[in-house]
Design a protein around this ligand. Structure first.
Ligand SMILES: NC(=O)c1ccc[n+]([C@@H]2O[C@H](COP(=O)([O-])OP(=O)(O)OC[C@H]3O[C@@H](n4cnc5c(N)ncnc54)[C@H](OP(=O)(O)O)[C@@H]3O)[C@@H](O)[C@H]2O)c1
Length: 325
């Protein structure tokens, strides 16, 4: 199949391109000038587009079987709302305009952040979306637009936090850094469930949505298992061979601190974490994968401990290689 990937040069995009070419698809990446195309496999065709208007995108897209939209701008409250909306909704809106009538199917890579916080667990595709961040709101708008413009010819993947080698930003990446630093206090009770997804599983979920012409609607893509934050922190400490945090700060205190910190930040004073980071650390997030398993054929296979081990080993390998160069 002819597959177009937008957002191909990101953390997930470059791995997806590799996976799709290994499945014998003709892959073309649409990138902006300055994107790191060296990270893409040699057999991926690259179209560099200086202006991402709907018209220019339409021409660049041409005709294709599938378009995968991985464009996104993730970040917390420190990134202007307009930039978050542009990176997660406006670009997608222009991609959709360019794709209508030219591509067979549109696969939007969205996020579980569309759900917001404080839901009954586990969260499923039927759980009402209540995004509580600019990022979540922009993703929800993008989902609605894909659904209204392309309907049955589209699929939406709601990814949980993806972690793995090369990840510089996810909750798990930050968690590993904090644990490695030897944190004695951990923000949050540690009892909340979290359900991250190892990179290989996320890529297999997206590749399935490309291959399966009959799947439509939203699918949650999360890892093999949910675990308490305390378990994840202890696993991370074990993999890193450091002592785990000794004290867990009650969630209420963390949330109040984050709200106080928001006021301080508004006056220009630094504070170590934002309200959404406090939510990320303290809220329950576990996902029901029944729909993805049954209809998409998605079967996550990498356990949390294995994923953490692979991530830490790859980072250590990369550091060693860097020091040898
Ligand atoms: N990683 C996760 O844990 C996770 C979880 C849930 C959902 N998602 C979603 O999955 C998608 C891929 O995530 P990722 O982690 O691979 O993100 P990433 O590493 O930040 O990559 C983002 C990609 O989008 C492109 N991009 C960003 N803003 C753009 C713009 N205004 N115009 C054109 N291209 C733009 C970037 O191009 P450049 O290379 O030129 O910067 C890059 O190729 C995103 O939509 C993200 O929201 C990710």
């Amino acid at each position: 199949m002819k597959v177009i990937v937008a957002g191909a040069t990101g953390f997930l995009g470059r791995h997806l391109c590799k996976e799709l070419t290994s499945r014998q698809h003709d892959v073309r990446a649409i990138v902006r000038p300055g994107s790191k195309v060296a990270s893409l496999p040699a057999n991926v065709e690259v179209t560099t587009l200086p202006t991402w208007s709907a018209g220019a995108l339409g021409q660049a897209i041409g005709q294709a079987d599938v378009l995968v939209d991985l464009v996104g701008l993730q970040g917390g409250e420190d990134i202007p709302a307009a930039a978050i909306r542009d990176g997660n909704f406006e670009v997608t809106a222009r991609l959709i305009s360019g794709a209508v009538g030219r591509v067979g199917r549109f696969v939007l890579v969205s996020s579980v952040r569309v759900y917001g916080v404080r839901h009954t667990q586990p969260i499923s595709e039927e759980t009402p979306r209540r995004p509580n961040t600019e990022y979540g709101r922009a993703k929800a708008l993008a989902e609605d637009l894909v659904q209204s413009e392309l309907g049955e010819d589209s699929a939406v993947l709601r990814l949980s936090e993806v972690f793995g080698p090369g990840d510089q930003r996810s909750m798990m990446c930050r968690l590993l850094r904090l644990v490695q630093r030897g944190m004695v206090f951990w923000p949050g009770s540690g009892d909340n469930l979290v359900h991250p997804c190892y990179l290989d599983d996320a890529i297999s979920g997206i590749a399935l949505a490309v291959d399966r012409q009959d799947v439509t609607g939203p699918y949650i893509i999360a890892g093999l298992e949910a675990a308490s934050m305390r378990t994840v922190v202890e696993l991370a400490a074990h993999v890193l061979s450091v002592a785990p945090p000794r004290w867990f700060i009650p969630t209420k205190v963390v949330r109040l601190g984050a709200l106080f910190g928001r006021r301080l930040r508004s006056f220009g004073f630094p504070f170590p974490f934002t309200v959404s980071q406090a939510d990320t650390l303290c809220d329950h997030r576990s996902y029901d994968l029944s729909r993805s398993r049954a209809r998409l054929g998605y079967v996550p296979s990498v356990s949390l401990s294995d994923g953490l081990r692979r991530t830490v080993a790859a980072e250590a390998g990369a550091r060693e290689q860097g020091s040898r160069l």
